[in-house]
Design a protein around this ligand. Sequence first.
Ligand code: HNI
Length: 147
Amino acid sequence: MVEWTEKERAIINGIFANLDYEDIGPKALTRCLIVYPWTLRYFGAAGKLDSAEAILSNKYVAAHGIKVLHGLDRAVKNMDDIRNTYASLSVLHSEKLHVDPDNFRLLADCLSIVTAAKLGKAFTAEVQAAWQKFLSVVVSALSRQYH
Ligand code: HNI
């Protein structure tokens, strides 16, 4: 069971309260697909993704980036039980989508970079510590149902 300090809770809630889902979601997912091109294999339904430009302008990918970010809302609202909150999402990624769980960490790292760029100076080491802890718990919960 993960323990959260009041400060960590405030930091995570503060980031999400000011998050522009339509901006950050697509930026994080497109970065992941460009930096780690093997992650493209799960997005066959998105059509042509054969260059960075194609990925950056793809509407399906953008919509999916927003969807993933909204998926994180559930973790924010259930910070004390992220594992159970994500049980069915973990099963979906494992059994239906067959997403290699290593990729959760890669997307989380891209999300951190995009968030840091957005927050600028406000992304202090202390803010990063809470943010990375939150994403680590999310990654671990999503990886739970793999066997
Ligand atoms: Ni992910 C579907 C959340 C990482 C590939 N994913 C979803 C959905 C949510 C979601 C929410 C929609 C579920 C539904 O329709 O019921 N995904 C998340 C979260 C993370 C994550 C919170 C990590 C932070 N997903 C990843 C990664 C990949 C990925 C790293 C592949 C590299 N996800 C998918 C695919 C789908 C998906 C593929 C289905 C797409 C579709 O068209 O429905």
